[in-house]
Write a new protein. Structure first.
Length: 277
């Protein structure tokens, strides 16, 4: 992987080796851990454990993006995330927090509470004001690839040419981010979003193609259906598969692993780093 620095609201994050983004779902309907982290004690314990296990970034989300999940209102999303973000920032002031949202108002409110990275699964297509927010507060913006919108993204899986189409998408969206004044963009190819199982694995095999964008590559495959459907199992039993694909992603240039299981992802990285000393 290439080396990068990310300016997170004035705090410089140097990515000269792969890092882990730990997932904190503040929802009751996420595909793997929905409803687990509702109480204050559970949230703080989860964050503390992820940081102790080696997470560099904590990614906080208040709306599930699993297939056929209900789209919650902006008011409900704000209600779910703002209190926990403030609490986490108070207890772990040095932790780098990310907000997983497609809404500019949610992103801005979260940044004011202590978040310093914005993770937009729509890549700026759902609400283009998110570019303005990221630029205004000097936050890195994660642009993920998908097709369609929140309601249709899991049905739209048609491409003229998978890799070329996704590269063209990122070229457009990175251009918009740059034009808005955003300094740091992270690229997420969107495993599990608008892609068949075969397309997901083709993307994994060829993820190094996206290094030409000269942006950190994020791989988010943790316990997803591309793993457990292929293996005829469940998300609960997909940790071993997650470890395998994370290792492949690292070998192909991924700089950030977005995961539920931080300890195991850090073990992948330690072995990868040893091999590449």
């Amino acid at each position: 992987m290439k080396n990068f620095t990310l300016n997170c609201k004035g705090k410089l994050l140097t990515v000269d080796a792969p890092i882990v983004m730990g997932i904190l779902n503040l929802t009751d309907d996420s595909f793997y851990d929905g409803g687990k982290y509702i109480s204050e004690a559970a949230v703080l314990a989860r964050v503390e454990q992820m940081l102790a296990d080696g997470a560099t970034i904590i990614d906080i989300g208040g709306m599930s993006t699993r297939p056929y999940a209900a789209v919650v209102s902006e008011e409900e999303e704000l209600k779910r995330v703002l209190g926990p973000i403030g609490m986490i920032h108070k207890h772990f002031p040095e932790a780098i927090l990310s907000i997983d949202t497609v809404r500019s108002n949610v992103a801005e409110a979260a940044v004011l509470k202590g978040v310093s990275i914005i993770n937009d699964i729509s890549g700026g297509t759902e609400d283009e004001q998110i570019f303005r927010v990221a630029a205004k507060y000097n936050c890195p913006l994660i642009l993920m690839h998908r097709q369609g919108n929140l309601q249709t993204m899991h049905q739209e899986k048609s491409y003229a040419h998978l890799l070329t189409d996704i590269l063209d998408y990122f070229t457009r969206q990175i251009g918009k981010a740059t034009e808005a004044g955003i300094k740091d963009v992270i690229v997420d190819v969107g495993f599990g979003f608008s892609k068949t199982i075969d397309q997901n694995y083709s993307l994994l095999k060829n993820i190094s193609v996206f290094e030409q964008l000269n942006r950190p590559l994020l791989a988010g495959m943790s316990r997803k259906s591309m793993l457990y459907k292929l293996l005829n199992t469940t998300a609960d039993n997909a940790l071993n598969a997650t470890t395998i694909v994370n290792t492949i992603a690292l070998q192909n240039g991924a700089a950030i692993l977005r995961v539920h299981d931080v300890k195991e992802a850090m073990e992948c990285i330690k072995i990868y780093n040893q091999l590449n000393k």
